[in-house]
Design a protein around this ligand. Structure first.
Ligand code: SF4
Length: 350
């Protein structure tokens, strides 16, 4: 759809979106099929133009603490699924406090506390609440929690103890595919939990995987589905087959599919937060994702941290350059810079 468009046409198209025009299903299908590098760059250009309109050259940065890799679930795409015979850890409150000493010196906007659905916390929500409260008191920054599906009382308890943002990814809005990915889990329960969080005052993040079985209609359903819980942040993550999982050995596209979809998300959800994760390809991948229209850097880990990333892309090198100083240095070479903390807190309504 971009082949005949010059720079002025692309900017006009971006302006239409900025002023409220919605992207049609037909155009989304066309964008999902772009393979020509020039057309892809045009898509990214439109996405950046829209992003810059809403956020300028300012970027938000989230620090990532994966505090338990235990999980009771059996997601087919996840390295940490319960069937995978791997070493796991669960941080103690003392470990967390040590991490907080570093986090509070770092220039980050929010701390993302992530875990698998670890029964140690799921069956004792007050342990989770204590952890959230400790990080809030020690670091004094907004907190995102990624605890999986928890009940409404737990969501309220965590909010009362300092949680601001809930990340809960649907992975796909194609129900059949959901059943294959989030094995034995409820599609509706996940949606209900996210909706409930939104109702009680959380900001919410939803996310989808790039197609495990590339299918335009299924991807379109997921891209549209992301809008249904009125999220504040939307994410797309590259599906990467993980060792020891049922999907190990599956052929998949490279990160191009994610870059294409980040731009499409920016066109569909112009003023939402869209992350550039360091998880998959480190700091070079962050640059590509920001150049595709993202405006948040996620999965920043403290330089002295030995914690896990989510995707477990490259166990030896994935943590390289994922610290906040490296991120800021690279942002500046791109003409971008960290936003003020007060701008982030305005988004949170604080
Ligand atoms: S995606 Fe989350 S819930 Fe599913 S197995 Fe992995 S850690 Fe557990």
């Amino acid at each position: 759809m971009f082949e005949k468009m010059d720079q002025n046409d692309l900017e006009d198209y971006a302006e239409q979106i900025i002023t409220g025009s919605e992207v049609s299903d037909e155009n989304i299908r066309a964008m999902l099929q772009i393979s020509d590098p020039d057309d892809m760059e045009k898509l990214h250009y439109v996405a950046r133009h829209i992003r810059d309109n809403f956020f300028g050259n300012k970027v938000f940065m989230y620090s990532f603490v994966y505090f338990s890799t235990h999980c009771k679930n059996n997601c087919a795409f996840c390295y940490y699924n319960r069937e995978n015979d791997i070493e796991r850890y669960r941080l103690t409150l003392e470990d967390i406090k040590k991490i907080c000493q570093v986090l509070k010196t770092e220039e980050i906007h929010m701390v993302d506390l992530t875990m698998g659905e670890d029964p140690y916390f799921h069956n004792n929500p007050e342990r989770l609440a204590e952890l959230v409260r400790t990080v809030k008191e020690e670091v004094g920054k907004p907190i995102m929690i990624s605890p999986g599906v928890v009940d409404n009382e737990t969501l309220m308890l965590l909010k009362e103890n300092g949680a601001n943002f809930l990340a809960l990814y649907q992975e796909t809005y194609d129900k059949e595919l959901f059943g294959k990915l989030r094995v034995e889990q409820s599609f509706e329960e996940r949606i209900n939990s996210r909706n409930h969080a939104k109702r009680i005052g959380y900001l919410v993040e939803d996310g989808i995987l790039t197609a495990v079985e590339p299918d335009i209609e299924s991807t379109l359903i997921s891209l549209r589905g992301l809008g249904t819980s009125n999220p504040d942040m939307v994410r797309v993550m590259t599906f990467l087959p993980q060792k020891g999982t049922p999907l190990e050995g599956k052929d998949v596209e490279g990160s191009e599919a994610e870059l294409r979809m980040i731009s499409i998300l920016r066109l569909m959800y112009p003023n939402l937060l869209i992350p550039a994760s360091l998880d998959l390809e480190g700091i070079d991948g962050m640059v590509h994702r920001l150049n595709s229209g993202a405006n948040v850097v996620t999965s920043i880990i403290s330089s002295n941290s030995a914690l896990e990333g989510v995707v477990n892309y490259d166990r030896e090198h994935a943590e390289r350059d994922r610290d906040v100083k490296s991120v800021i240095y690279r942002l500046k070479t791109m003409g971008m810079e960290p936003a003020k903390q007060s701008d982030f807190e305005k988004l949170l309504g604080q």
